[in-house]
Ligand binder design. Structure first.
Ligand SMILES: Nc1ncnc2c1ncn2[C@@H]1O[C@H](COP(=O)(O)OP(=O)(O)O)[C@@H](O)[C@H]1O
Ligand SMILES: [Mg+2]
Length: 383
């Protein structure tokens, strides 16, 4: 006995309805046949689809020697003829009408077909499941491989950056000596050239420090030294440090930290770095005449820290990308903006290490806001 396709109750071979759920087996078969006829092109059956495992009713009756090939052809011709007159019959109905097969035989055949179809469906499901787990395993292997490759990349970056530190320290030392004319007087031209070299080495130093910070964080994770921090004080210091750059770029800086913001719980050095990066980006990606605001506000035990600019903005579909390491929206060799594309990747890691989330909101050509929340220190929360 085979299970009913609807309720799985075992049904005797000659049943017309399921003794348990009462479903009309012939009707189910009819629906199955219709969908089979509608869905599967006869010339190219897909072996994966269960219908393909079950022969059509005519072929089935021939196989069981209940019908001959000639009789089937005659019935098909009759079916076509009737259809031409507007009377649409299924093949089974035509066979009964022509007296070639009894109604009982047709019913039994249909029931067997349903059951076979059901078995085929189960088989197809099993194949599908096997394929899914195969694909999952493949994806897992690819993922592991990528993780390995990423690790190799991080190691390489880390090694190279450390190797660059030493020669750069020598260059810096000598540039300072030359600039201060400790090694002899310089002409005006030479003095200018030395200060260009000096600024370039400082920038190179920052890039190397970013690379080292990023690779260390990727390999070892981020270790936090949490303390109570006054956002107002930290923000003021960062604004002071960024003023020269803002003036040089022709943008206005504004600080807006609400009165009475409570101290937050964070790692001071890392938080300072994060805010500085956000402000640095805002200055860098805001054209002359633009405005930048570093602001903070406190709502229910959380302080939001944010940088808003009126700069070039980021297209909505790129908002996630900017947090990926080495990702810069203008990655062309002739790009206008300096940087490694590591700032935001590290910002994200640090903010997340604090249990928070960095959120970017932006409109192309209008400006951007980068913000995150930090909890107020426990002992500051009013009870
Ligand atoms: N305030 C901003 N306005 C517009 N684009 C920004 C802003 N901040 C970041 N971006 C985009 O995100 C990219 C990644 O930023 P970041 O990781 O800090 O790298 P970098 O500053 O070295 O280019 C930038 O190159 C830029 O395309
Ligand atoms: Mg940056």
């Amino acid at each position: 006995m085979l299970p009913c396709p609807q309720c799985s109750f075992p049904i005797p071979g000659d049943s017309r309805t399921c003794p348990n759920c009462g479903v009309d087996l012939a009707l189910l078969a009819l629906l199955a046949e219709r969908s089979y006829l509608a869905g599967i092109p006869k010339t190219a059956p897909l072996p994966e689809t269960p219908d393909a495992f079950v022969p059509r009713i005519g072929e089935y009756l021939i196989e069981k020697e209940l019908l001959t090939e000639d009789q089937l052809q005659a019935a098909l011709a009759r079916q076509k003829e009737l259809a031409g007159k507007g009377e649409r019959l299924l093949l089974g109905q035509t066979l009964v009408k022509m007296g070639l097969v009894s109604r009982e035989t047709i019913d039994q055949t249909i029931t067997s077909q349903i059951i076979e179809l059901h078995a085929a469906l189960q088989e197809a499901n099993r194949t599908l499941e096997a394929r899914v787990s195969e694909r999952t395993a493949e994806l897992k292997r690819a993922m592991n491989r990528l993780t390995e490759l990423n690790q190799l990349k991080t190691n390489l970056i880390s090694n190279v950056s450390h190797e660059l530190r030493t020669p750069l320290a020598h260059i810096k030392g000598y540039v300072e000596l030359l600039e201060e004319e400790e090694l002899g007087d310089l002409t005006l031209e030479q003095g200018k050239a030395m200060s260009v070299i000096g600024r370039a080495t400082v920038r190179l130093g920052h890039l190397i420090e970013d690379l080292i910070a990023f690779s260390t964080a990727s390999r070892e994770g981020i270790e936090l030294k949490l303390e109570a921090i006054s956002i107002a004080e930290m923000a003021r210091e960062i604004i002071d440090r960024s003023k020269a750059k803002a003036t040089q770029e022709g943008v206005k800086l504004r600080l807006s930290v609400g009165k009475g913001i409570s101290p937050v719980q964070a790692d001071p050095e890392k938080l300072n770095w994060v805010i500085y990066q956000l402000l640095d980006n805002a200055i860098k990606f805001t054209p002359e005449g633009g405005r930048i605001k570093l602001w903070a506000e406190q709502v229910n035990g959380f302080v939001t820290i944010a940088v808003t600019d009126t700069g070039i903005g980021i297209p909505a579909d790129k908002l996630d990308e900017v947090f990926e390491p080495f990702h810069q929206l203008d990655g062309s060799p002739t790009r206008r903006y300096a940087g490694t594309g590591l700032g935001l990747a590290l910002v994200k890691q640090i903010v997340e290490a604090h249990g928070s989330k960095i959120i970017a909101e932006s409109m192309k050509s209008k400006g951007s806001t980068f913000r995150f929340e930090l909890p107020v220190r426990d002992d500051e929360i009013e009870t």
